[in-house]
Design a protein around this ligand. Structure first.
Ligand code: ZN
Length: 684
């Protein structure tokens, strides 16, 4: 099944359509606590208060449906996860001993990581956490609070009938040899036997799984195959393989029933018949577990593009299964960002003006030019595999034949991208590298607007501008093709972001704002993006190469006039822009040259440009950047605390308003979810 890599996860801001929702209220904080290698963030749901009561109510029920599957994911990612979470939460809330002790603190960090990863393995690296508290302390502490588990009756285990059933969890936490990897992909290993995920029962080999699903495929529809194995656990009963389907009446039934109930509650509030169809088909799938019903749901979902509100809910991505059959549960609700969509529409409508006035040779211009409008959404809630660590772009469904026959929906989640950018601003990065308070002020004031606008120009106009000369093939620039193309779109954006036309269209507030983008772009291309490269390496990734070649080319060609300067202060390197207008002229010149290279398919010139300005790294500057970056202590992984939605009800129980708040702390949210959205027994 070739269904991997279809969901886009883009963390690098300039790669994505980073479209911003709104200015934050003063009391809103994008960053929250840090632990282990994690930083918690918050996102703002701008525009929620402007929605109608009906729309808010629809979002409310879709959000509830997104939260009720949390336990499913915990269980899917390891059969002891729910028990360990429950046990450590009991200790966290009931412990009366020394909360400043290293053991209690170590346990707290471990629990926070379990919450974050929805299990005991790292959400990204998949390796089991190493506890920083002792086994002896844990056992003693659990006895002190008199911890008891409520396990389903009829289970067969060594500790069955004993009061301290939890002792069997101790090696799962502490013994590094027990369940070391959630998803093992090492070539040559039996990937099923060596992975700790809970998609396959004990004693099943990789070969057995592969044969089982090959046989299903043989008897299935060749042209429109369902997603075999997507919604079940495969187990051995009396030596025979059988699927335990995840349905309202099957495995995970208590959780799925809650999800189904909230989807049903949402039905009276849909915006159109298409949405009703989507929800009804999903409910049917949760009831039957028939994968044909899942395809029907996916098709209805792709077709529905009219409504403001949208959602995904179900067994979607298959990265959690080393063989790529089983879907991890996720839930997500969102609505279209109208302000941003309006902005990209303005650019789109004026596409021809931008084409006609660009500095490139007339031979390479399009006579008829169409821009594209970007679809940007705001997340309202993240659930399951999208919580707390999340994607910022989504491209679904994963079924190849549905994509071919019906297409797919591709969206950027604007308010999450925005939150990442805002958090990066507060990381101390700018304070460390920017040349002084004046520039910092400029960036603070206009950085966000111009970042977004540059991305809009890049995506909506840049890529679509210009034309190839007749007879030149698309791939004549070979390995340099994507670097040149990304550079072309970036340069188009850089050239135009300084244009008075944007002020006239109301897209930039004044004639100075663009300078923030010029500064941050040059700083990134010349200096700060080096922090993402390991010592001794060159620049390899296409987007990084394109930013490097643009910045270095402009720097070198403006050197005589000191357009951009690098200088030393207290042993640190800084960058200063002396002449913004000249820098724009340089960007225009380079845009004309890059367009010529593309239109003529001039491979030699492409190679020369990229190799001279975009690949090599100054080792001394690189060392300095890495050292300064390390001191900032920036967490490599980030995730989100959800907003809290509260339904205000009248005496009859009807919803009269939905309030959103952003005040809940990380541990409070996790404990509340474990209490209010606990849907499964500890063992399934
Ligand atoms: Zn691009």
């Amino acid at each position: 099944m070739n269904i991997r890599h279809l969901s886009i996860v883009i963390m690098c801001s300039t790669l994505a359509l980073q479209l911003k929702a709104n200015q934050p209220a003063d009391d809103f904080k994008y960053t929250d606590e840090k632990f282990a290698d994690i930083q918690m963030l918050r996102f703002k749901v701008a525009g929620f208060d402007q929605l109608s009561l009906k729309q808010k109510t629809l979002i409310y029920y879709l959000s509830e449906a997104s939260l009720y599957g949390r336990d499913i994911l915990f269980d899917q990612q390891g059969r002891y996860n729910l028990r360990i979470r429950h046990m450590l939460e009991a200790l966290y809330t009931q412990w009366k001993g020394d909360k400043e002790s290293a053991d209690f603190k170590g346990m707290t960090t471990y629990l926070k990581r379990v919450w974050f990863s929805n299990g005991i393995h790292h959400h990204y690296g998949c390796e089991k956490f190493q506890p920083e508290f002792s086994e002896q302390w844990l056992i003693k502490a659990l006895r002190q609070i008199g911890y008891k588990e409520e396990l389903p009756s009829g289970r067969k285990h060594a500790t069955a009938g004993k009061s301290e059933t939890w002792t069997e969890l101790i090696p799962v936490i502490f013994d590094p040899k027990v369940m070391p990897m959630r998803v093992n992909q090492r070539d040559g290993d039996d990937l099923i036997k060596t992975s700790a995920e809970n998609f396959y029962g004990p004693g099943i080999s990789q070969q057995e799984v592969e044969e089982y699903y090959q046989n299903q495929r043989k008897v299935g529809d060749e042209h429109r195959p369902v997603m075999y194995g997507l919604n079940s656990q495969l187990v051995k009963v009396n030596g025979k393989l059988t699927e335990r389907k995840w349905t309202a009446t099957g495995m995970y039934g208590t959780a799925i029933s809650k999800i189904k109930y909230n989807l049903q509650q949402a039905l009276p509030y849909v915006e159109n018949d298409g949405q009703r169809d989507v929800i009804e088909k999903l409910i049917k799938f949760y009831q039957t577990g028939d994968l044909k019903d899942f395809d029907d749901y996916s098709i209805a979902w792709v077709k529905e593009t009219e409504g403001l509100i949208d959602f995904t809910n179900g067994f979607i991505e298959v990265y959690g299964d080393p063989l790529g059959f089983k879907g991890t549960w996720e839930g997500f609700a969102n609505f279209k960002d109208l302000a941003t969509t309006k902005r990209t529409e303005t650019l789109s409508k004026n596409a021809q003006w931008f084409e006609d006035n660009s500095p490139v040779d007339a031979r390479f211009k399009k006579a008829e030019c169409k821009g594209i409008s970007a679809k940007v959404i705001n997340a309202t809630i993240l659930g399951g595999a999208l919580y707390p660590s999340t994607a910022i772009g989504i491209n679904l469904p994963n079924s190849n034949w549905i994509r071919k026959e019906y297409g797919s929906k591709s969206v950027t989640i604007g308010n999450l991208t925005d939150a990442y950018n805002k958090a990066a601003r507060g990381s101390g990065m700018m304070e460390e590298f920017v040349d002084g308070p004046e520039t910092l002020k400029l960036i603070k004031e206009y950085g966000d607007i111009c970042d977004d606008l540059h991305t809009d120009l890049h995506e909506c106009l840049g890529h679509g501008s210009g034309k190839m000369l007749p007879g030149v093939s698309d791939d004549s620039l070979k390995a340099y093709g994507s670097t040149i193309e990304e550079g072309r779109a970036d340069l188009f954006g850089l050239y135009y972001i300084a244009d008075d036309k944007l002020v006239e269209l109301g897209l930039t507030p004044n004639k100075e704002a663009y300078k923030s983008q010029y500064y941050t772009y040059m700083l990134n291309g010349l200096m700060t993006q080096l922090v993402r490269i390991k010592p001794g390496n060159n620049i390899e990734e296409a987007h990084m190469r394109n930013r490097a070649f643009i910045a270095h080319w402009a720097y070198e060609h403006g050197k005589q006039d000191k357009v951009v300067e690098l200088y030393q202060c207290d042993g640190k390197t800084y960058m200063r822009i002396n002449d913004y207008a000249k820098l724009r002229t340089l960007f225009g010149k380079l845009l004309a040259e890059v367009q010529r290279i593309k239109s003529e398919g001039d491979y030699a010139a492409a190679r020369d440009l990229v190799e001279t300005y975009g690949v090599k790294v100054d080792p001394e500057l690189h060392r300095e950047m890495l050292a300064r970056y390390a001191k900032l202590n920036i967490s490599p992984y980030k995730g989100f605390i959800n907003p809290v939605y509260t339904a205000v009800k009248d005496k009859e129980g009807r919803i009269t308003d939905v309030k959103v708040s952003y005040k809940e702390s990380y541990d409070h949210q996790m404990l509340r979810y474990s209490k209010d959205y606990s849907t499964l027994p500890l063992e399934n």
